[in-house]
Design a protein around this ligand. Sequence first.
Ligand SMILES: [Zn+2]
Length: 280
Amino acid sequence: MLKQVGLRLVDTGSCRHPEFMTIRGGALKPAVFPSLVGVIRHPDEGLVLFDTGYDPAFLKATEHLPERLYRLLTPPTIATPVADVLIDAGIDPDSIAHIVLSHFHGDHSSGLKRFPNAIVHCAKAGLQRVWGRGRVAALRAGTPVGVLPDDLPARSAFFEDMPLVSLPRDLLPFDLGADVLGDGALLAVPLPGHCPGHWGLVLREAGGLRFLVADAAWSSRAIRENRPPPTLTATLLGDANEVRSTLGRLHALTTRNPEIVLTPSHCAESAARLNACDGY
Ligand SMILES: [Zn+2]
């Protein structure tokens, strides 16, 4: 039984893509994709973030070419950086002790510098892909040089090194998770395909199980209908076969257990329900 936590989703901003790039058979016209961050209230550890979303640091890091290409390809609108949302709620970002990072793409990692005291729980495979790379290589990996804190390796903890525990049977075909805090509250689950080192997070809220699936799908609809992005988009950043396989497993899960809430980071449906969430 997972320890119960609280969760609030924060919409940190959005970017625009033609819908067809994100779901097979989608429309040509641009659609807006929010960038959601999970603010988890843990009973002993205080607030834990799932990703850090967009932050003005993203704009700074993509001001010039070649990084500017990132901004041109996925034009962002930065709404409410999660650090500022916390400050407005009277919470000092310096007090955040843990961040769980699904992957290192700029729309998930550009807020990291605002949390200088947090341990960053992440995939070793993801960090190795971006750390110490040149500007072009880092950009191709989706992480503009400049968004990552200089001391990141020193305060990273890797999913691959964490103890594996069994997931509740309700989550089949997903069966194992990495126990992030060692107390069975937050279980990181590999969701391969989107990019090297891409993981989701399982937690239990008062209402039941939730699976934060990051960019394993662009929308809840894509999971319900088992509609992956076109091969071109999937191949650009990751592995199209793995994307399809991971989406198929999420589809199988939601078909067996529709009451488990699956939340993709860029899902407009999930963003529209934000007002229904509890406070911090
Ligand atoms: Zn993303």
